[in-house]
Design a protein around this ligand. Structure first.
Ligand code: APR
Length: 309
């Protein structure tokens, strides 16, 4: 199993670390345009193996020859936000970067399953699929796992319970039209509505939508990467091990929830072939309406991306 991480910045290097440390891949290749950066990180990561007790080898490279024939590719190349920026402000710059990565990956790893994490996420995922020409099933984006983790953590904090006692789900776009789904959330097995007030839930929903910006504002340079890399690594493990786990991912829609022909955050079953199935859950009327609104918002932005990359 060969797994490539494109982009050796904060998100890429922590993702490479998490995937390598999980020790199921033969090789993780880390690439970047900055000379020496992926090679230096690879050396450093490999030297942690005797201490951490894993064997996966990390290779650093500035060209795509080393990535050839990858089974899974994670695309983290691109600029992160600065305080006050929306993810959409990154559109033009990152479209150029992600477009060039898509061409290289299509040429060197034509059978890969691809997980895009560069922002704006829904648009960059659609752009990667179009430029690579890969089947939709093999190109997905990471957002829902991260947004769900943020939702769970905020619920746990407000309810005063362990984050492990919370189950929740976040759908829609990775942005203003994110759709946290309180109706399906539970705290220690109890419906969220029985544990927190409607006002508390509404506040947490909004804080979840703003969760990325909250980190950006504090860091002042760069955006979040610990939780994002955990989210990406979870998806990659599910694909690599062909687990059939269900998780929220940015996937191509074909009529589910009344939405078609757009990349959107939906629950999906993941396996070695990529997105095996989009799952339709029972949502409230309001949640469903919000999901459809998110789909239209993403659709109009994706049209802007059609001329980029
Ligand atoms: N090919 C490979 N790597 C590239 C390319 C390219 N064409 N263009 C830029 N990069 C690299 C940069 O050199 C840098 O090392 O991408 C890396 C990005 O790293 P950071 O600036 O640390 O950004 P990071 O926090 O990792 O975020 C990456 O993920 O969450 C999103 O919004 C975020 O779009 C951003 C992406």
């Amino acid at each position: 199993m060969k797994i490539t991480v494109v982009g050796a910045g904060k998100y890429g290097s922590t993702t490479a670390q998490r995937v390598a440390q999980a020790d199921y891949a033969d090789e993780v290749v880390l690439t970047d345009i900055i000379e020496g950066l992926p090679q230096g990180l690879a050396l450093d990561l490999n030297q942690s193996r005797p201490l951490e007790g894993y064997e996966t080898k990390v290779t650093g490279a500035n060209d795509y020859a080393a990535t050839a024939g990858s089974d899974i590719v994670i695309v983290t190349a691109g600029k992160p936000r600065k305080p006050g920026m929306s993810r959409m402000d990154l559109l033009k710059d990152n479209a150029e970067i992600v477009g060039s990565v898509a061409r290289e990956i299509a040429a060197t790893s034509p059978e890969a399953v691809v997980v895009v994490v560069s922002n704006p996420l829904d648009e960059m995922t659609a752009l990667f699929q179009r430029v690579s020409g890969f089947p939709h099933q093999r190109v997905m984006g990471q957002a829902g796992m991260l947004d769900t983790a943020r939702f769970c953590d905020k619920i746990a904090e407000r309810a005063g319970v362990s984050p492990l006692a919370v189950e929740a789900l976040t759908l829609g776009s990775h942005g203003d039209t994110m759709v946290p789904v309180p109706s399906l959330a539970t705290v220690a097995g109890k419906p969220l509505q029985e544990v927190l007030s409607a006002g508390d839930i509404e506040e947490i929903v909004q804080a979840t939508r703003d969760g990325g910006a909250e980190v950006v504002a504090l860091l002042k340079a760069g955006s979040a990467y610990y939780a994002p890399s955990s989210a990406a690594a979870k998806m990659v493990a599910s694909i690599a091990k062909d687990t059939g786990d269900r998780m929220p991912v940015c996937a191509w829609t074909t009529g589910e929830y009344g939405v078609s022909d757009v990349y959107l955050g939906v629950p999906a079953v993941l396996g070695r072939a990529g997105v095996l199935q989009v799952v339709e859950l029972d949502l409230t009327e309001e949640e469903l309406a919000n999901l459809r609104e998110a789909a239209e918002a993403v659709r109009s932005k994706q049209a802007d991306v059609d001329s980029l990359g």
